[in-house]
Unconditional design. Structure first.
Length: 268
């Protein structure tokens, strides 16, 4: 790897840092390769219960490197599309990872950086962090699912305003809209995200993966389809040793020990 992503672990929490601090962690082609690979490694590692995604230093991600984007004018449309799919594959990797991913945002998340932050399952932001769709300011249009993610939280009018003006929105405002789970003081986002991740990591691994799928599908499925998926997952969960442990712990009035079951095969 080229160290576009720094990896470390605290307990059951895997911490992935987008590492390009000289350019406020602007996205590089290496990130398209290394971040999905790091997510896949974390997903396959039985010691990992949850993942935190952050940026090195005091900025989450400034989006695409405009110097590199300017060169794409000389490319054929098919080549431009190929480069863009690197970002979209990264977004899909965040979405499809079975383990919960929490964004820890300091400074700001701009352009595709905002898409990456919103693609995570939960978001912790510093109070002074700024989020901006930004593309219109440089004659471009949003990508990375930015419009899809924002449309889950804001009105049509506000979505138009944010995308057409490129104006920044604060972490505090995003929390009011429901997009930020924890709002903390400057410099505290990573610690707060790790604490939240550790709490989730102590939970049932397979149930958490099913819950993540249910929550993702809830925005697009109709009621009958969603209830069918809920039924399938409930039936599977009821036969799982995680439920045996969780229910047994509740009845015995003791803490559940789901960590001991992490990585084990689900019961039929």
């Amino acid at each position: 790897m080229n160290n576009a992503v720094l990896i470390r672990q605290e307990g059951a929490v895997r911490i992935l840092s987008n590492h390009n601090p000289e350019k406020r962690n602007a996205i590089t082609p290496a990130l398209y390769v290394e971040l999905p690979a790091a997510l896949a490694q974390a997903q396959a590692d039985d010691t990992v219960g949850a993942i935190v995604l952050t940026g090195s230093g005091d900025f989450f991600c400034s989006g695409g490197d405009l110097g590199q984007l300017a060169l794409r004018r000389a490319m054929a449309p098919a080549q431009r599309r190929e480069r863009l799919e690197g970002l979209h594959d990264l977004i899909r990797a965040l979405r499809d990872c079975s383990k919960p991913v929490i964004a820890a945002v300091e400074g700001g998340a701009v352009g595709a950086g905002m898409s990456i932050a919103l693609a995570c399952d939960l978001l912790v932001a510093a109070r002074d962090a700024r989020f901006s769709v930004a593309y219109a300011k440089v004659g471009l249009t949003p990508d990375g699912g930015a419009t899809a993610f924002l449309a889950q939280f804001v009105s049509r009018q506000l979505l138009n305003e944010l995308c057409l003006t490129g104006e920044a929105i604060t972490g505090e405002r995003l929390q009011q809209l429901g997009a930020v789970n924890r709002l903390v003081e400057k410099g505290c986002a990573l610690d707060a995200a790790i604490a939240l991740a550790a709490r989730i990591a102590a939970g049932p691994e397979r149930a958490n993966a099913r819950i993540k799928t249910l929550c993702r599908n809830a925005f697009s499925a109709d009621l009958d389809a969603q209830m069918e998926l809920e039924a399938q997952f409930m039936v599977a969960s009821q036969g799982d040793d995680e439920a045996t442990e969780g229910i047994g712990a509740f009845l015995a009035k003791r803490p559940a020990n789901f960590a001991a079951l992490r990585g084990k095969t689900s019961a039929p």
